[in-house]
Design a protein around this ligand. Structure first.
Ligand SMILES: *[C@@H]1O[C@H](CO)[C@@H](O)[C@H](O)[C@H]1NC(C)=O
Ligand SMILES: *[C@@H]1O[C@H](CO)[C@@H](O)[C@H](O)[C@H]1NC(C)=O
Length: 402
């Protein structure tokens, strides 16, 4: 199992040499045979859910931003940033809470029956990339840090033996972000646009549009002689900024789970101009999860690169209270998961789960648990997409040889 091997390698690299005070004899230092190391690994290498250092799903931790030489297939990274919110802050603690709530996800019992695979032991090397350090003092700088961070991560390569395969999905390292407020999607989209050389399709689960024009917030001060555009960067504007920057595939992007109050109907016109199709929270009563799935699949082309952005507030606040801008009347956790399973065939090249604000969560970690489960489903689907593409490529090779 590659993940365990990677974990013990990492441990070996980070454990300081043991030396007695004042003398330079390294007592007990010798070479260990692979059999000895294997025995230690077999005996002590598997934590119970409640044990161990808190990484996502007990995955090995590589600080991906400072280790360009370490390849990985799927990296889970925290973006602890929340100074662009319009209501409740606190999502800077989201990555920690989601990691803690993922504790019962282990490679040992990570098998996902709906997909017939264990995402943590399949072809993909999945790692916890740690966090992007982001300033809480200056949003202009924060946006720059995140943009550079995601650009840096976009250069990371997948595991070489996987790259050898002709299946293109396997050839790029993919990033799943634990937010953080939703504004982190803008720098992620900038990096994907650069990497793929075109706008990506955005599949966006949220109670809100997040395509608000800056004038939709109290805007008198925007008209001053020296207007600062820094206030445009918020967790409700970032898709407007992204559309303005040409980062969103027009007409192939979709919101799902909407139920926000509007200024007026023009907000929808404005949203459509920015390239989005809409599914409201209520639609699920008429068309069911199957109808939601088919509307997403008929909007987003099958092989087009997709950024999957999940605001946890798409779930009803009764089930996910720990979030920045709660809106009653949302979907259940089960419905969201069912829909995510239904769109597993999409070519998801990047994803986020955002707006988990643990200070407003229940003692039972309700919201963080939902977020951790959503990340598990996303990673499962990425791994499954890789396997599907591999099978398709092999078939094509066989056909060519015939
Ligand atoms: C959106 O709304 C704003 C303010 O109402 C308006 O100025 C703008 O032209 C609209 N369209 C786009 C694409 O932003
Ligand atoms: C998207 O396409 C529509 C219809 O063709 C157009 O009105 C709109 O300006 C486009 N939006 C962007 C952001 O390119």
């Amino acid at each position: 199992m590659r993940t365990a091997a990677a974990a013990s390698l990492l441990l070996a690299a980070t454990t300081p040499l043991i030396s007695a005070h004042g003398d330079h004899h390294h007592h007990g230092q010798r070479d260990f045979t692979p059999a000895e190391l294997k025995e230690l690994q077999d005996k002590w290498g598997t934590d119970f859910g409640f044990g161990g250092i808190s990484t996502f799903a007990h995955l090995p931790h590589h600080k991906c931003l400072t280790n360009p030489q370490t390849p990985f297939d799927i990296g889970i990274i925290g973006a602890p940033f929340d100074t662009a919110v319009s209501y409740r802050p606190g999502a800077r603690f989201g990555p920690r809470a989601i990691r803690a709530a993922s504790a019962r996800q282990t490679a040992l019992r990570g098998y996902n029956p709906r997909a017939s695979l264990n995402p943590y032991t399949s072809w993909a090397n999945v790692v916890d990339c740690g966090d992007i350090p982001i300033t809480p003092f200056d949003n202009g700088l924060a946006l720059r840090q995140m943009s550079e961070g995601y650009n840096e991560l976009a250069t990371r390569v997948a595991i070489p033996e996987n790259v050898d395969s002709a299946a293109t999905y396997l050839q790029t390292a993919k990033i799943v972000t634990l937010g953080g407020d939703h504004s982190i999607a803008l720098p992620a989209l900038r990096a994907l646009n650069k990497k793929y050389g075109k706008p990506v399709a955005v599949v966006h689960f949220d109670a809100h549009l997040d395509t608000w024009h800056p004038s939709k917030y109290p805007s008198y001060w925007l008209d001053l002689d020296d207007p600062s555009t820094q206030s445009f960067f918020t967790h409700g504007n970032m898709f407007w900024m992204a559309a303005t920057e040409g980062l969103i595939a027009n007409g192939s992007s979709i919101h799902a789970g909407l139920r926000t109050r509007l200024s007026d109907e023009d907000d929808y016109t404005n949203d459509s101009e920015q390239g989005f199709v809409r599914i409201s929270a209520d639609d699920i009563d008429d068309i069911g999860t199957k109808g939601v799935i088919s509307k997403i699949l008929s909007t987003v082309p099958a092989d087009y690169p997709v950024y999957l952005s999940i605001d946890i507030d798409v779930i009803d606040p009764g089930l996910a209270p720990g979030t920045g801008t709660p809106e009653p009347g949302g979907w259940t956790t089960r419905e969201l998961i069912r829909i995510l399973r239904g769109i597993e065939g999409l070519n998801v090249v990047g994803a986020d789960v955002v707006e988990v604000s643990p200070a407003y969560d229940s003692q039972a970690e309700t919201t963080a648990l939902a977020a951790a489960q959503v990340v598990y489903e996303i990673v499962t689907s990425m791994v499954r997409r890789g396997l599907m593409e591999l099978a398709r490529t092999k078939q094509e090779v066989v056909k060519d040889e015939l």
